[in-house]
Design a binder for this molecule. Structure first.
Ligand code: NAG
Ligand code: NAG
Ligand code: NAG
Length: 440
């Protein structure tokens, strides 16, 4: 059962403040090699029907956060041995549409696609010509001089299919994947040139989508930045040797884009880091060692097993680009929330996933929340702690309880808590860096 009851908002929600400055960054990427714009999926530069800028942005965030439990179920399902490939429309692997997109060009000449950035996924896939059920722009393989489908006898095929070739032997590598609650797709494993900014990765393996069912498939595809062997880091070899970073723009900054820097060039030289951990049980995910959480100066009492990393079961805390608000195992969240509430005057109300909304006039006494990672304390800026709505002029604690999965725990450090921070994923040195950066 998903955590929390989803409340339908019948009221208009507005931002307390929006800083809109005339600076159009939609046209291109930043120019440097491996430095790409990261665009919020509903931001001005996104092609995906952005809602109007000022009237419903917080509402959009609240609605997006309502899909987090599906995302968490999906993340917890990302185990190493996939039983079989999922049949179309089985709804097994559940994921909502991603929150941030980057521009990529596929093929020769390059065809522009706005692909969802997903640090917890290994594969890439795009909708292709003739796709049944795809919603918008598609990649046309027949217009690319460098496109080829891949044969099912290749080891990559076994990896994405989760199955060996049919006994009939060779043929195109077809695979199915479930996605986004009621959605799924079937695709042909293919390869072609992938262009990111000025970098070109030849023979990039991705799924060319033939059939989509449901409404939750990212309309122009997905770029997997996970740790597995089919992900961008693995396939780009020496170009981006295990290193990338991003800075996600503020949820409020409709007009701005953040940045994705691929490879070691241009990364911050001085940055505080914490070890990056790896679970063979969920090999795609980026685990960190969260040792405690404090609210103001109080260390919240949280049972150690709710935070402890266990490589065998995959329990622990991950950092993810596709979950909207940070989720903790229920008792951990409740302890953090109760300490937070004890410092702010109520009454407290619930809006969507947020169960601690209070009069904005009490915001000045809201305590800072600190995530203590091994060797690194992250004091969350208020912008990364509260979300504002005009429903009675409220501020809400922008975190929630994770759905529970038996004895396994998966805490997720999510987008809203990562705004305006440079997050460095350095798999080469097994560390994650965090630095303040105003990227909007
Ligand atoms: C590619 O195929 C599509 C239909 O699948 C067709 O409409 C288009 O004209 C073809 N383009 C080229 C360059 O052959
Ligand atoms: C994909 O799903 C379709 C429809 O359920 C099924 O006919 C097909 O055999 C599946 N393909 C693979 C490779 O699992
Ligand atoms: C996490 O950090 C704590 C404190 O530094 C340390 O005692 C513990 O061994 C670390 N856990 C892992 C899995 O590295």
């Amino acid at each position: 059962m998903a955590a929390g009851v989803i409340v339908t908002l019948l009221v208009t929600v507005t931002l307390l403040s929006t800083t809109a400055v005339a600076f159009d960054s939609c046209g291109s990427d930043k120019g440097d090699s491996g430095d790409l714009s990261v665009i919020h999926i509903y931001g001005k530069c996104s092609p995906f029907n952005p809602p109007s800028p000022s009237s419903s942005w917080a509402n959009t965030v609240i609605n997006m956060a309502a899909k987090d439990p599906e995302r968490l179920s999906y993340l917890s399902s990302l185990v190493a041995q996939r039983p079989t490939s999922a049949p179309i429309a089985s709804g097994q692997n559940v994921l909502n549409i991603g929150n941030y997109v980057v521009r990529a060009k596929i093929g020769t000449p390059g065809q522009l696609m706005f692909m969802v950035l997903d640090t917890s996924n290994d594969n890439a896939w795009v909708p292709c010509s003739g796709c049944y059920g795809c919603s918008s722009a598609v990649f046309a393989p027949n217009a690319s001089a460098t496109y080829a489908s891949m044969d099912c006898t290749l080891p990559e095929c076994t990896q994405v299919r989760g199955l060996a070739c049919p006994s009939t032997g060779s043929g195109a590598c077809l695979f199915n994947q479930s996605y986004g609650g009621d959605s799924s797709f079937s695709a042909t494993l293919s390869h072609d040139s992938l262009r990111l900014g000025t970098d070109i990765i030849p023979n990039y393996a991705f799924g060319c989508i033939n059939t989509v069912s449901g409404n939750n498939i990212p309309p122009q595809g997905l770029l997997g930045l996970g740790r597995g062997s089919m992900s961008l880091l693995s396939q780009s070899g020496p170009l981006y040797p295990g290193v990338f970073s991003y800075c996600l723009p503020s949820f409020k900054s409709y007009y701005f884009s953040g940045s994705l820097k691929l490879g070691p060039l241009g990364q911050p030289k001085i940055i505080r880091t914490t070890p990056l951990l790896k679970s063979p049980h969920r090999p795609s995910l980026y685990y960190v060692n969260l040792t405690s959480v404090s609210v103001g100066r109080v260390t919240v009492p949280i049972a150690p097993e709710l935070l402890a990393f266990d490589p065998v079961s995959g329990s622990g805390t991950i950092i993810d680009s596709g979950t909207v608000i940070t989720r903790f195992a229920k008792p951990a969240y409740e302890a953090i929330r109760d300490e937070f509430r004890s410092r702010v005057s109520g009454p407290f109300s619930t809006i969507g996933a947020f169960d601690t909304c209070f009069a904005v006039t009490h915001e000045s006494v809201a305590p800072a929340i600190t995530f203590h990672f091994q060797g690194l304390d992250l004091v969350l800026p208020m912008e990364n702690t509260l979300i504002h709505t005009s429903v009675g002029n409220l501020a809400c604690l922008a975190m929630a309880a994770a759905p529970s999965y038996g004895n396994s725990v998966l805490n997720v450090i999510a987008n809203l808590q990562q705004q305006n921070l440079r997050i460095l994923f350095d798999t080469a040195n097994s560390r994650l860096g965090i630095a303040r950066e105003l990227c909007n």
